[in-house]
Write a protein that binds this ligand. Structure first.
Ligand code: NAD
Length: 499
């Protein structure tokens, strides 16, 4: 029986936010759906080039003419703390809006995503309080100072899988370092970010943070190609990331790209078995399975393989799939109909490639209208299977066995991606050897996932370009300027001054 309530009454029409005012785009009207029911719940008005231009010019003016970038660090810290407070004061509404568009579990949005979103502002407030520059003295009597200045106008492009947690990392970093920004949320999941930007306008001067809505190839590509944008911070798929970099490259606009993954979760017989099993389930099924850092290829040492797979499958069958508002739910709906169909197509692909479906692979029969999927696991014929090579981005795990450390390393690295790797073992030489051998930007040992904001996060290979995190963000969102001067007046050669 399907008896889902809407988490919240959304705005009938989703508009944009430019210069601290609501703005009505001049592009198409696009439907927005609630993934749990499949019902259309709102209409989003797309921003065309002239709307994006207005948003970029608003940010440009705020950057070039207003005092935002010259604001004292103390004042900026105070404003960032106020941004944090606005999120915490509006936690319930923001969580409901995010749930409505994404189908993510309300409890997790409120308890984790939004706590992280609020913390992102505190983190960058604390970070800039420690900011320091460099000074070099040389024997020729010169002092050279290296200053970091805000980069300018930043285009921020966010995906749909964790809108608040991911976009606030970009917003907080961009404005903390004195930049102005234009944010484009995913066209599928605009509600929470539109609400956030509206709230933040209570404490941010006009133009510092603008928001445009619309599809990637329309609104997104206008933003990326706009000559008034100085940096692009993008999180999304690898194919899109390539196109973003191509367009930005025409203006030589630097890009930070946080892209897809097909991460290996390597489980050695020397691991704490129970923790590794719990971790493997969290690694692939949390966030409705839709996360870049999912441990989607589960590599298990042959001696424990059969037992591990059997217990994983049993646990998977018991996962509670259902209403994202229900406290007992463990996996909610997939974010969109197209995405559900794409994930389902991998069940056919897997069978075609000779993989065996161990569990799932079908729509969840209890709910026919929403985008529900049975959590799925397949036994891969080899790592060459498409289910092991392509990012499925859903609750869909592929199992492969290995006999030795070297084989595990070879399989783990045999992918175009390199975002994260998970290693489960209590044997220190194995941990050290494997973590060193992983071609990925992040390695998690004996833990499903953790994000230390002071450390860089990002991918090797096709999983990204540049990194996010404290110092990495400072580098990306600022320009370095070198200023040299002599300590005392120089005795300069006088051109044309005679002997
Ligand atoms: P997507 O690439 O389809 O879209 C991401 C954003 O880019 C959206 O706002 C979209 O509208 C916009 N976009 C699309 N085409 C564009 C274009 N031509 N120019 C400019 N903007 C464009 O990704 P998605 O489906 O929203 O998100 C899922 C993907 O994001 C997965 O591949 C996932 O791995 C990745 N992701 C990566 C990280 C990370 O930190 N590495 C985090 C979350 C998600």
């Amino acid at each position: 029986m399907e008896n889902f309530l809407n988490p919240i009454e959304p705005p009938k029409i989703v508009k944009s936010w430019i210069d601290n005012e609501e703005s009505h785009g001049s592009g198409m009207e696009l439907p927005v759906f609630y993934p749990a029911t499949g019902n259309q719940v709102s209409i989003l008005v797309e921003d065309a080039y002239k709307d994006v231009d207005k948003a970029v010019m608003s940010a440009r003016n705020a950057f070039d003419k207003s005092s935002w970038r010259k604001q004292s660090v103390e004042k900026r810290i105070e404003i960032l703390e106020n941004c944090r407070k606005l999120i915490l004061d509006n936690l319930d509404e923001l969580a409901r809006l995010e749930c409505l568009a994404t189908g993510l579990i309300f409890r997790e949005i409120k308890g984790f995503h939004l706590q992280r979103a609020a913390y992102n502002f505190r983190f960058f407030a604390q970070y800039i309080s420690q900011a320091h520059g460099e000074r070099f003295d040389n024997t020729e009597g010169y002092i050279t100072l290296v200053n970091r200045e805000p980069a300018g106008v930043i285009g921020l492009i966010a995906p749909w899988n964790a809108p608040m947690a991911l976009a606030t990392m970009k917003i907080a970093a961009a404005i903390a370092f004195g930049n102005c920004a234009v944010l484009k949320p995913s066209e599928q999941t605009p509600f929470s970010l539109v609400k956030l930007v509206t709230l933040l306008s209570q404490v941010l001067p006009p133009g510092v943070l603008n928001l445009v809505n619309g599809r990637g190839p329309i609104t997104g590509s206008c933003l990326v190609s706009h000559p008034g944008v100085d940096r692009i911070s993008f999180t999304g798929g690898t194919v899109t990331g390539r196109s973003v970099m191509e367009h930005a490259g025409k203006q030589l606009t630097p890009c930070s790209l946080e892209l897809g993954g097909k991460s290996a979760n390597i489980i050695f017989a020397s691991a704490d078995y129970q923790r590794a099993l719990d971790g493997a389930l969290i690694g692939i099924y949390s966030n409705n399975g839709q996360q870049c850092l999912a441990g989607s290829r589960i590599l298990v040492e042959q001696t424990i393989f059969d037992q591990f797979v059997e217990e994983f499958v049993e646990r998977t069958k018991n996962i509670v799939v259902g209403d994202p508002l229900d406290d007992n739910t463990e996996i909610g709906p997939i974010a969109s109909k197209q995405h559900l169909e794409r994930i389902l197509s991998f069940a056919d692909v897997a069978q075609h490639d000779g993989d065996k479906i161990l569990v799932g692979g079908r729509r969840f029969s209890k709910y026919q209208n929403g985008y529900f999927l049975e959590p799925t696991a397949v036994l891969a014929k080899s790592n060459k299977s498409r289910a092991c090579q392509e990012e499925i981005f859903g609750p869909f795990a592929s199992f492969i066995s290995f006999k030795s450390e070297d084989e595990a390393i070879a399989i783990a690295n045999d992918t175009e991606f390199g975002l994260v790797s998970y290693v489960w073992s209590d044997h220190m030489p194995t941990i050290m050897n494997v973590s060193e051998a992983m071609r990925s930007g992040v390695v998690w040992i004996n833990t499903p996932m953790m994000r230390e904001l002071r450390a860089p996060f990002g991918g090797f290979k096709n999983s990204g370009v540049a990194r996010e995190g404290g110092y990495s963000c400072e580098q990306f969102y600022t320009e370095e300027k070198t200023v040299s001067l002599p300590k005392s007046p120089l005795n300069l050669k006088k051109f044309g001054g005679g002997k």
